[in-house]
Design a protein around this ligand. Structure first.
Ligand code: PLP
Length: 432
């Protein structure tokens, strides 16, 4: 290491060493405990974002730390030429918690994008089974986010993410979400007679600001895809593992509108490992499970004992500490509290997952980028980590262990944060 690298500020060193994809980091964080993290200046923050819906158990949860430490000291990685107890046990846990029927199965990956890549391949294989040779189309929704790898990106809606990397894998079409007529039209054979292999969608769209569907939409997608012989694949990368107050969003009456929905497959990642990278594709039932045959897909790291042991500890802790109940109770309190704040125009809340819309003039004078990014900065100054998914929309996805006192304190702090957001602040980022 050069003397410069040793003595420059972290932000400086970051800008010279890291690929410039993410913009300057807001802070350099050094430790955490529960819902709190501490930065390099010793300032403490309540983390209402959880590394974007990842730190399910908060930071340094003793059970997760113990599970990872114990497994690291025993066996970290074995490749998929071998297996291990944590891997098998985790697959069994996921099948049990999802209520998947006999014959269902799990493929482990390392991220949400990779889980969705596997889902894309599953869709192609389902198409390949059709004797017509014409089941080649995959339907995704406008506003969808499925990841940044080429296949997952082809399924992602945002033009600005996709355009620099075209051509992307083909056969993907986008339709408006929440519109069963548009879906029915898309499921009909196209002019060349091509039919749909799969419809892939999020039960609630997280990146766009936590938008659910009208009651009955998901059940309608289920019925229409079954009728058309297409797979219904749910991307539960952000919504799964307790985020909504149910293990999986497709089990959650608030998400589905009450009609039970069982997809043909679903993907998981973010909250599953509590911070240790892991993703999964769950194939529901023996027919779907049989689509991916030996040798057709693979991964070096996916489902290794370290990541699997972490995920098992996350699931066991959610279960034994009754965290789903906590998510529902604290989430409802947080949602109700935020709805009562002046300048909050709408709150969409599923468990501890909230999209908070601000009035256009919530921050005065109005910053160019809209109120939400200014509120994120002011919240940080006030000791709260939140995130903006649009010019007027905040997203909260706190650890599932958040308690009511911290939730109430944030609601109480928001008016002060809103007024501070309009005031010039010295740029703390510069001193990182
Ligand atoms: C975050 C996210 C992904 C991508 O996951 P990565 O781990 O970043 O690859 C895919 N789908 C949804 C719904 C997500 O929220």
């Amino acid at each position: 290491m050069t003397a410069d690298a040793a003595h420059g500020t972290l932000l400086d060193r970051y800008s010279h060493a890291l690929t410039g994809l993410f913009g300057p980091p807001q802070r350099a964080l050094v430790s955490g405990s529960g819902v709190r993290v501490v930065d390099e200046d010793g300032r403490e923050y309540v983390d209402l974002l959880a590394g974007i819906a990842v730190n399910s158990l908060g930071h340094a949860h003793p059970r997760l730390v113990a599970a990872v430490s114990e497994q690291a000291g025993r066996l970290m990685h074995v490749s998929n030429l071998f297996t291990s107890e944590p891997q098998v046990g985790l697959a069994e846990d996921l099948l049990r918690l999802s209520g998947a029927p006999a014959g269902s199965s799990v493929f482990f990956a390392n991220s949400g994008s990779e889980a969705n890549e596997a889902a894309f391949k599953l869709a192609r294989r389902h198409g390949g089974e059709d004797p017509s040779g014409l089941r080649t189309r995959v339907i995704a929704l406008e506003g969808a986010f499925h990841g940044r790898t080429m296949g997952a990106l082809a399924l992602t809606s945002k033009e600005a993410y996709r355009a620099p990397f075209e051509p992307l894998p083909g056969g993907v079409e986008r339709i408006p979400g929440g519109d069963l007529d548009a879906l029915q039209a898309a499921l009909a054979p196209d002019a060349e007679g091509r039919t749909v292999a799969a419809v892939l969608l999020e039960p609630v769209q997280g990146e766009g600001g936590v938008h659910g569907w009208p009651a009955g939409y998901l059940a309608g997608v289920r019925a229409a895809t079954r009728e058309a012989g297409a797979l219904m694949i749910l991307d539960e990368v952000q919504s799964g593992i307790g985020r909504t107050g149910s293990w999986f969003a497709f089990q959650d009456p608030a998400v589905t509108g009450g009609d039970p929905v069982v997809p043909d497959a679903f993907t998981l990642a973010k909250g599953l490992g509590g911070g240790v990278p892991i993703g999964a594709l769950v194939s529901v039932g023996s027919e779907v499970s049989a689509l991916l045959r030996p040798g057709q897909h693979g991964t070096t790291f996916g489902g290794n004992p370290l990541a699997a042991a972490a995920a098992r500890a996350v699931l066991a802790t959610i279960e034994e500490e009754a965290l789903l109940e906590n998510v529902r109770r604290v989430g409802a309190a947080l949602g109700d509290g935020l709805r009562a704040v002046d300048s909050v125009t709408e709150v969409r809340q599923y468990g501890l997952w909230l999209g908070v819309d601000l009035a256009a003039d919530a921050v005065r004078p109005l910053p160019d980028a809209g109120p939400a990014p200014a509120v994120v900065r002011a919240a940080l100054e006030g000791g709260w980590i939140v995130n903006a998914t649009g010019p007027r929309t905040l997203r909260l996805a706190p650890p599932l262990i958040l308690d009511e006192a911290d939730a109430r304190d944030f609601v109480a702090a928001l008016p002060t944060i809103l007024s501070a957001a309009g005031q010039p602040t010295e740029n703390r980022g510069a001193s990182l």
